[in-house]
Write a protein that binds this ligand. Structure first.
Ligand code: NAD
Length: 459
């Protein structure tokens, strides 16, 4: 673990490098993004192996980490236009001035990641930080120990530490970093730690982006293609063994189709992972024993209708569906973040919406229905960071869609242009000429001037 003084030294060096103005050059940023892309591509095997060692993810799912290169391509395509100052129109009263918005980098930023998508969750914000022209310190999660090491190696080999560096360690390292002054802190993790981060940031008035979690509901209406909905729900829920921040946390299904829906879900689980998912090469494991024990404790209440098998030495929890769950059950109190899907039912959409709105605003909300009016109603009457209509999880991978929570599920957003915005300050500039001067604003404020002033502002 690093003590605060070496950390201060790293930050000092980064500030010095930032002050040279090198990172402000768009050509430099483009070059660095290309280097990052190449480094990820060159280390694909090491990344896939590390993700397998941490979470036993199948390559197909582990490639999700490597899709960060698509994000780089998107930034490379648009960076020149994003970085250009934009001219804006100004009111006639300010004639002959002209207005501009200059995006400028913030300086030295801190990126703290979570363990569930351990490379992507630090590299994706890093792409925004580089694109916007910042220096960065990256702290991956210590829990995904193998991927954290690979991320460190890649970044250390690719960048000078005075520009981008990695600091490895757990909560104490994180807190030592948070005691330093940064120009922005980008945090991905739990709501609990998000509060600690924001409190520390407040001491230095550092702006934050908090990518947090929460319970993302999945509402299933009766007007639905049951089989297709079941496939998308099962995929989104059991991907990475449920350890996805935007996985459907619980199912809220209309009573009239509940039995049919549960049968379809059970059949999909068998189709995807076989009769014994423990033997499936495509089914991931729980990250560690602490998370495993927390999840197993959630299996006590309700009626398990699919799965329920666990094996601590293998950190295996079968894809599990639990019926007969009440809103008061322990599993309905906090984000599950594992392969357990509790099922609740509703009679009317009004009731489902009221129940969702009664709880903290989720990171994602899923609604399955072919009825456009009901879709519009859910969009209008609920609030969440993101929404999937007849879809799960994929809203995360569309660079044109800013990703982030609201309320307890987060502050700010990123991906695509939103990442560039997050790590930029939009500086407002008003330029005037000294060739001539309209004297209306200057004292003495004669009656004539006041008359004109009121006319201009329609007062
Ligand atoms: P976590 O909050 O325990 O840890 C996240 C990071 O904070 C780690 O790097 C860790 O070292 C650090 N940390 C831990 N305790 C700390 C403390 N006391 N002070 C300062 N730093 C501390 O989260 P996690 O278990 O790694 O990840 C799971 C959570 O992250 C879930 O809630 C999930 O929903 C959320 N998540 C959100 C997103 C998103 O994009 N919104 C993505 C992935 C995960």
């Amino acid at each position: 673990m690093l003590t605060p003084s070496p950390l201060s030294e790293i930050i000092r060096q980064q500030r010095e490098f930032f002050a040279t103005g090198t990172t402000k050059e768009v050509a430099f940023r483009i070059e660095q993004l290309k280097r990052l892309k190449q480094a990820i591509l060159d280390n694909q095997t090491a990344i896939l192996e590390a993700v397998k060692a941490d979470l036993r993810r199948a390559d197909f799912e582990a490639y999700a980490e490597i899709t960060a290169v698509a994000e780089i391509d998107y930034a490379l395509k648009h960076l020149k236009s994003w970085a250009k100052p934009k001219r804006v129109s100004v009111p006639i009263a300010q004639f002959p001035s002209s207005g501009y918005i200059y995006p400028e980098p913030l300086g030295v930023v801190l990126i703290i990641g979570a363990w569930n998508y351990p490379l992507q969750l630090v590299v994706s914000p890093l792409i925004g930080a580089i694109a916007a022209g910042n220096c960065a310190i990256v702290k991956p999660s210590e829990i995904s120990v193998n991927t954290s090491r690979v991320v460190s190696e890649i970044l250390r080999k690719t960048f000078e530490p005075a520009y981008i560096t990695v600091v490895e360690g757990g909560a104490e390292t994180s807190q030592a970093l948070l005691a330093e002054k940064f120009d922005h802190i980008f945090f991905t993790g739990s709501t609990r730690v998000g509060k600690i981060v924001m409190e520390a940031a407040a001491k230095n008035l550092t702006p934050v982006t908090l990518e947090l979690g929460g319970k993302s509901p999945c509402i299933v209406d009766s007007e639905v293609n049951v089989k297709c909905a079941a496939r998308r729900i099962v995929w989104g829920k059991f991907l990475n063994a449920g350890q996805t921040c935007i996985a459907p946390d619980y199912l809220l299904v209309q009573r009239s189709i509940k039995e049919e829906m549960l049968e379809a879900i059970a059949s999909c689980i068998r189709e995807f992972y076989g009769e014994n998912p423990a033997k499936s090469p495509d089914y991931a494991r729980i990250i560690d024993e602490r998370q495993f024990d927390r999840l197993v404790a959630l299996l006590k209440e309700g009626k398990i209708i699919v799965g329920g098998e666990v094996n601590r030495s293998d950190r295996y929890i079968a894809p599990t569906v639990i019926d007969e769950i009440s809103w008061q059950a322990p599993i309905m109190q906090d984000e599950i973040f594992g392969p357990i899907l509790p099922v609740l039912e509703y009679e009317e959409l009004t009731e489902a919406i009221a129940n969702v709105n009664h709880r903290p605003k989720p990171l994602a909300l899923y609604f399955f229905s072919n009825n456009k009016e009901k879709q519009a109603r859910v969009l209008r009457e609920t609030s969440s960071g993101t929404v999937g209509i007849n879809e799960t999880v994929l809203q995360f991978v569309v660079p044109q869609l800013p990703f982030g929570g609201v309320g307890n599920s987060g502050i700010g957003s990123y991906h695509g242009k939103a990442s560039f915005d997050t790590f930029s300050k939009y500086k407002s500039v008003l330029k005037n000429t000294l060739w001539f001067d309209i004297k209306l604003r200057y004292a003495p404020y004669t009656k004539g001037k006041l008359y004109l002033f009121k006319k201009i502002f329609s007062l």
